[in-house]
Design a protein around this ligand. Structure first.
Ligand SMILES: Cc1cc2nc3c(=O)[nH]c(=O)nc-3n(C[C@H](O)[C@H](O)[C@H](O)COP(=O)(O)O)c2cc1C
Length: 447
């Protein structure tokens, strides 16, 4: 525990009195704080030396700004501020641990400081590796990977948090070209399946994208998960078994970041059913594939995601993702924000999407269709159906704005809104779609 001691003292306070006041603290004192000017008092200086603590002082104004639990009329009369000891603890950024107590000539309060973060330069490096990590699919070099680097990268993955410390991952390192060719064939097949599901315009854009580097990268790593690892009583897993797969996914993120710092590119490929890959790799039936990674030295790391640079998708602003205390509560209403954004929205170009509000999966015959299902019951799983059981029309309107904004991020240029349901929620959602579309510069029509 990192303690801070706040002291208010009269001139000439005896040292023995101060020393006695801090005799029974629960740990070493890192910082000793007081009102500016009081640090020259001999007893204060001697106490700081005795404790080996750093001294920091605060002005009256700084102390006056601190809320304190035990303000004193007397101190206010003498010093013009309601507290010295507690206020100084608070000004030092500490949580009050022991409220002020008095001796004949002094008041003392004790706080505990938060543990240190990193210095500015180290923080910048952490932020840098996070920002500059890329999913890499192009520019792999045919160079063998330095074993020490690879070990460091795998160690980083292996240090990931995991539910109940179950560490459910394993890393299967694949260099063999025959195996990689088999996995590559699976990806090619799934690429064709996905392409066939796309509307014409979107398919053309997809044709220009590279979605894997299985044969280009000299090393592939299959990251797996053993959902039963650790036995029956893994702490924290009983109520939510998904936490096992989350743990393995986090290990991949650690791997990805460490690889970036080592100058190794990583590309995650998910264009195959996990069980197909498991079969090619000969995984035991109880082991599941979580991620298939292509790893190697690369000629460069792109400054932004390839999907952004190619115009396929855009990043979602952080503010859209933050809710304050209650789901949907934001600093400003997203409907108001959208109305305001619509004033200056640049016209967007992109795919035409037919959004059928109040439909179901039977409306999905055309590839351009997207259904918004407002029923209370969750529909069967289909990515063409967005389930939005709005609790109020206001919520439905917000959902409409969100859907339009998210579609704009995924390359929409026009929304054909089809209102298939006369309920207030459906009407409000359609209204939100119009507002959200305008906010993002999408053209829209309504039927
Ligand atoms: C779970 C997961 C699966 C992914 N699958 C693929 C994939 O099959 N093919 C591909 O090209 N990119 C894939 N990616 C990479 C994403 O497209 C990429 O992370 C995203 O566009 C952001 O780019 P960045 O990682 O460079 O920041 C996947 C990423 C994740 C997290």
């Amino acid at each position: 525990m990192r303690l801070v001691v706040g002291i208010g003292l009269r001139a000439g306070t005896p040292y023995a009195e101060l020393e006695g006041a801090v005799a029974d603290l629960p740990g070493p004192v890192e910082l000793i704080v007081t009102l500016q000017g009081r640090e020259t008092e001999p007893a204060f200086k001697q106490l700081a030396d005795h404790l080996g603590a750093e001294v920091r002082t605060f002005t009256k104004d700084e102390l006056a700004r601190q809320p304190v639990p035990n303000p004193s009329e007397q101190v206010n009369r003498l010093k013009g501020i309601p507290s010295v000891a507690e206020a100084a603890v608070s000004a030092a950024g500490a949580e009050l641990l022991v409220p002020k107590y008095k001796t004949d000539n002094a008041t003392v309060a004790v706080g505990r400081l938060p543990a240190d973060g990193y210095g500015a330069q180290e923080r910048a490096t952490v932020q840098r590796v996070i920002a500059e990590r890329r999913d890499v699919r192009r520019g792999f070099l045919q160079l063998p990977i330095d074993e020490e680097k690879l070990t460091r990268v795998l160690e980083a993955a292996h240090r990931a948090p995991s539910v109940g410390l179950s560490q459910p991952w394993d890393f299967l390192l694949i260099r063999d070209l025959t195996t990689r060719t088999k996995v590559h064939e699976l990806a090619v097949r799934q690429r064709d399946v996905f392409a066939a599901s796309l509307p014409d315009e979107r398919r053309q854009a997809f044709d220009g994208l590279k979605i894997e580097a299985i044969l280009d990268a000299p090393l592939n790593i299959a990251v797996t998960c053993d959902p039963g690892r650790g036995g029956r009583h893994v702490l924290g897993r009983h109520a939510d078994p998904r936490t096992t797969w989350f743990s393995a996914a986090i290990a991949i993120q650690n791997l990805w970041l460490a690889a970036r710092a080592e100058g190794l590119g990583v590309g995650w490929v998910s264009f195959f059913g996990p069980e197909e890959v498991a079969q090619v790799l000969g995984l035991p039936p109880h082991i599941e594939l979580v991620g298939y990674l292509c790893v190697g030295y690369v000629d460069h790391f792109a400054p932004a995601p390839e999907l952004v640079r190619s115009g396929w998708a855009k990043r979602r602003p952080l503010s859209w993702a933050i809710h304050d205390e209650e789901w949907g509560r934001r600093t400003t209403s997203i409907v108001d924000d959208a109305h305001e954004a619509a004033q200056n929205a640049a016209p967007a170009t992109g795919q035409r999407i037919r959004v059928i509000v109040g439909g179901d999966a039977t409306h999905l015959r055309q590839a351009e269709a997207l259904v918004v299902d407002l029923h209370e019951d969750r529909p069967g799983h289909d990515f063409g159906v967005l389930w939005r059981p709005a609790r109020t029309p206001a919520e439905a309107e917000e959902y409409g704005v969100e859907i339009a904004r998210d579609l704009a991020l995924q390359g929409a240029g026009h929304l054909d809104i089809v209102l298939n349901d006369g309920s207030p929620a459906a009407k409000a959602l359609a209204e939100g779609l119009r507002t959200g579309a305008s906010a993002c510069g999408l053209t829209h029509s309504c039927a």
